[in-house]
Design a protein around this ligand. Structure first.
Ligand SMILES: NC(=O)c1ccc[n+]([C@@H]2O[C@H](COP(=O)([O-])OP(=O)(O)OC[C@H]3O[C@@H](n4cnc5c(N)ncnc54)[C@H](O)[C@@H]3O)[C@@H](O)[C@H]2O)c1
Length: 255
C-alpha cells in the first residue's frame, strides 16, 4: 500500500480479534502503530505476539469512554512520536438481547463505548491532523448500523450514528485534508461474535443460519478487515472520503 511506511497510526481496541489483525497489518506496512485498549493483559499478549515489530509498536492501556484520559494519552503520543497520520476507531462492545430486556444503564454503557468513545478520539486527534495539514480516519462501524440486527438495537443505533457522524466530519474537515471513511464488518469470527451467538445448540443454529445467508459461504475472519482499512489509510485513497464499505462476504449489498 502506498504511503503508510513511517507514518503513525493510532488504533483502538488493539487487543481484540479485529484489532490484533489491524495492528499486525499496519506493522507489516512499516507504519508506527499506537495500539490502545482497555485490556492490559490483551496488550501484553499482543506485545508478545508482535515482538518482531517492537521498535515500531507502542501499546498503551486506555478507556476510550474517558474524555480526559483520551486527551492526555493522545497528547502524550503526539509529544513522543511528533505526528499522528491515521486514526482507526475499532474498539467496540455489546451483549445481544431483545430491546425490551435492555435497561437505561445498559444503553449508557453501549453508547459510551460505541458512540462516545470514537467521538472522544476524534476530539483529541482531529486538531493534531488539522495542524499537521491532514490525516486519515477509518471508523469501524457494523452492518448492524446499515441494515439492523436482531438483539443489537442500541449497538445498531450507535453504529448508524458513527456512520452519519463520519460523513459529517468528512464534509467539515475535507478542506483541511482529513479523510474520514467507514468500514462495516459483517459477522466476523471474534470474541464479540461468539458472545452474540451464544453457546451450544442455539449458537450452532445462528452459525448455520449465517452460513446459509452469506453468499461467499463462510464467516468473516479478522484478517478479512485490514486490507480495506490499510487502503483507506493509504495515499491510494486520497480522493475517497465520507464513504461506507461493508466487508461481509456479500451478506449485505448496498447501492
Ligand atoms: N466481530 C463481528 O462480528 C463484528 C461485526 C461488525 C462490527 N464489528 C466491530 O468491529 C470492532 C472490533 O470488534 P471485535 O469483533 O474485534 O471485538 P473484540 O471484542 O474481539 O474486540 C474489541 C476490543 O475493544 C476493547 N474495548 C472495549 N471497550 C473498550 C474501552 N472502553 N476502551 C478501550 N478499549 C475497549 C476490548 O478490550 C477488545 O480488545 C468493533 O467496533 C465491533 O463493533 C465486529
Amino acid at each position: 500500500m502506498r504511503g503508510l511506511k513511517d507514518k503513525v497510526a493510532v488504533i483502538t481496541g488493539a487487543a481484540g480479534g479485529i484489532g490484533r489483525s489491524l495492528v499486525q497489518r499496519f506493522c507489516e506496512e512499516g507504519t508506527h502503530v499506537v495500539g490502545l485498549d482497555l485490556s492490559q493483559s490483551g496488550l501484553d499478549e499482543l506485545k508478545n505476539e508482535l515482538r518482531q515489530y517492537a521498535e515500531r509498536l507502542t501499546l498503551l492501556p486506555l478507556d476510550i469512554t474517558d474524555h480526559a484520559a483520551v486527551k492526555r494519552t493522545i497528547q502524550q503520543v503526539h509529544g513522543d512520536l511528533k505526528r499522528i497520520d491515521v486514526l482507526v476507531n475499532n474498539a467496540g462492545w455489546d451483549v445481544a438481547m431483545p430491546f425490551l430486556e435492555t435497561t437505561p444503564e445498559f444503553w449508557n454503557k453501549v453508547a459510551s463505548i460505541n458512540l462516545m468513545g470514537p467521538l472522544n478520539l476524534h476530539h483529541a486527534v482531529l486538531p493534531i491532523m488539522v495542524a499537521e495539514g491532514g490525516g486519515k480516519i477509518v471508523n469501524i462501524a457494523s452492518d448492524a448500523g446499515r441494515v439492523g440486527s436482531s438483539g443489537e438495537s442500541v449497538y445498531s443505533a450507535c453504529k448508524g450514528g458513527i456512520t452519519s457522524f463520519s460523513k459529517t466530519v468528512a464534509r467539515e474537515y475535507a478542506r483541511k485534508n482529513v479523510r474520514v471513511n467507514v468500514v462495516c464488518p459483517g459477522p466476523t469470527d471474534t470474541a464479540l461474535l461468539r458472545s452474540f451467538m451464544g453457546e451450544g445448540e442455539f449458537g450452532q443454529k445462528v452459525y448455520d443460519g449465517l452460513l446459509r445467508a452469506i453468499p461467499l459461504k463462510r464467516l468473516g475472519q479478522p484478517a478479512d478487515i485490514p486490507g480495506i482499512v490499510a487502503f483507506l489509510s493509504s495515499d491510494d485513497a486520497d480522493f475517497i472520503t465520507g464513504q461506507v464499505i461493508s466487508v461481509s462476504g456479500g451478506l449485505t449489498m448496498h447501492g
